[in-house]
Design a protein around this ligand. Sequence first.
Ligand code: AMP
Ligand code: ZN
Length: 138
Amino acid sequence: MTKTDDNCIFCKIIKGEIPSNKIYDDEDFMVMLDISPASKGHAVLLPKYHAENLFELPDEYKEKALKVAGKCAAAIKKTLNCDGINILQNNGEAAGQTVFHFHIHIIPRMSGDNLGITWVQKTAEDNEKLAEEIKSNM
Ligand code: AMP
Ligand code: ZN
């Protein structure tokens, strides 16, 4: 692990100081089953690099993360024969993040499971101007 935080629960899990049920492990990532799952087979992907969130994570990890998430999601789908999978990633308390070490949720879905990962759609306000503003901040 290239960067670690002694007070971080996910860093402790990566170091093996706290047990976990791993489904994937390589030099850069591990994926474990979530201890309080939203559904059966809910897994969490962690880089072996302590970055608080997406904004702090080096690009090299971002590139590989989706590849590993896809591989694990396919294995979970095959195992559970679920109808769908959500790939979710929370950044910041306001977005529901509770553990401040970047992670990606892999959440199996069954038709009609009513997990509640939905939102009420709003009417867009001046998306043309907003798109230009966002582009100017790239
Ligand atoms: P988030 O709310 O996006 O920060 O997600 C943190 C996730 O980590 C939650 O789904 C927790 O249930 C999960 N979690 C926390 N501690 C552990 C642990 N020791 N082993 C496995 N999953 C954990
Ligand atoms: Zn950490």
